[in-house]
Design a protein around this ligand. Structure first.
Ligand SMILES: *[C@@H]1O[C@H](CO)[C@@H](O)[C@H](O)[C@H]1NC(C)=O
Ligand SMILES: *[C@@H]1O[C@H](CO)[C@@H](O)[C@H](O)[C@H]1NC(C)=O
Ligand SMILES: *[C@@H]1O[C@H](CO)[C@@H](O)[C@H](O)[C@H]1NC(C)=O
Length: 314
């Protein structure tokens, strides 16, 4: 009797497993390029991190995707999305998935297997709770977790899991910026003249600071108590109060923006519009179709070779 290989697998896991299969079949033995996109964490070794081609690299970025243990499908999609991007020239962008303590029995097992397979997950010592200090936990943990990495990262970013970064434009944007006291992202308000007097801050879906700023957060214990509330405004207040992140770089709204969902009757605005060719990041990718449209626009499917083995309408 013929039976589906997935017939005993809980329904919700099927998309995740399919993506994992695609991921593996795209590149079953391609450890080198896999490593360059997802270099080892090196958190539990005393040896300094050694990376292929490290000598040509003059910019190192840690991109932390804050997500939840149970978001298996999103992680599988993001791994594919980052793996199939052209790598940045002269830079490494290490993508890590970040969450708090794993509470469920099933998640502990499945996440452990992901770590063995991909080594791209950081589990912080905190409790999952929206807007309740996870940003502080992340920025204060990374300088310690990567303290033995030489050379250290130049920038560390906190990004949501419904955002797609294009790592080459991101690296090119960061390369020209100050390596100290820097704070880069999508600045709000994006039409300053419409909201005079507002505090400026980088919106919470994704921002980067230079490593010295993360080190300062890590050393400034009193920020922990101040971590509640709208985290993106809170974060910018920390920096202002501490006199940090004075090199503030708001990216052009044409290069970082929300996905425009025509189907929902959304109108274009400074923070929301159609895809542009020089995009650094698109936010608000909530479902598979929105992801697919973004990935297609940015040529993620360009590497598909003609074959009698499949036929797809792209
Ligand atoms: C996590 O934090 C708690 C409370 O601060 C502490 O008691 C515990 O030892 C920490 N666990 C780990 C694994 O670091
Ligand atoms: C966005 O692009 C789509 C498809 O190219 C087009 O039909 C639509 O009019 C565009 N929307 C805006 C607001 O420019
Ligand atoms: C995708 O590839 C096409 C064909 O090579 C090219 O014209 C287009 O500019 C590329 N799009 C982006 C966003 O790079």
């Amino acid at each position: 009797m013929l039976s589906s290989p997935f017939s005993h697998v809980p329904f919700l896991l099927v998309p995740f497993l399919l993506l994992a299969l695609i991921y593996l079949s795209v590149s079953p033995n391609d450890h080198f390029s896999l490593r360059s996109a997802f270099a080892p964490c090196n958190t539990n070794s005393n040896a300094p991190a050694q990376r292929p081609g490290a000598a040509d690299v003059d910019l190192r970025v840690l991109l932390g995707v804050l997500t939840l243990p149970s978001s298996y499908e999103r992680r599988a999609l993001l791994r594919l999305a980052y793996k199939l991007q052209p790598p940045p020239t002269g830079a490494t962008v290490d993508v890590r998935f970040v969450f708090c303590n794993v509470a469920k029995e099933e998640d502990a097992v499945l996440v452990a297997m992901e770590i063995i397979a991909y080594d791209d997950i950081l589990v912080l010592n905190c409790t999952e709770n929206m807007n309740d200090g996870k940003t502080y936990d992340f920025f204060s943990a990374v300088p310690k977790l990567f303290a033995d990495q030489v050379p250290s990262y130049d920038y560390v970013g906190k990004v949501d899991d419904d955002i797609y970064y294009r790592v080459s434009p991101l690296a090119d944007a960061l390369r020209s910026k100050a390596r100290r006291d820097a704070y880069y992202g999508f600045e709000w308000p994006c039409e300053p003249e419409t909201r005079p007097g507002d505090e400026r801050f980088m919106v919470g879906w994704g921002y980067f600071v230079s490593w010295d700023v993360a080190a300062w957060i890590s050393e400034t214990e009193e920020l922990r108590g101040a971590a509640k509330g709208a985290e993106d405004m809170t974060f910018s207040r920390w920096l202002r109060r501490g006199g940090k992140g004075k090199n503030m770089y708001g990216e052009k709204p044409s290069r970082m923006y929300d996905y425009l969902n025509d189907g929902w009757g959304e109108k274009a605005a400074c923070f929301r519009h159609n895809f542009t060719a020089d995009t650094v990041a698109v936010h608000k990718l909530k479902d598979r179709r929105q992801w697919a449209r973004a990935l297609k626009f940015f040529n993620a499917t360009q590497g598909l070779k003609p074959s009698k083995m499949y036929h797809l309408d792209l």
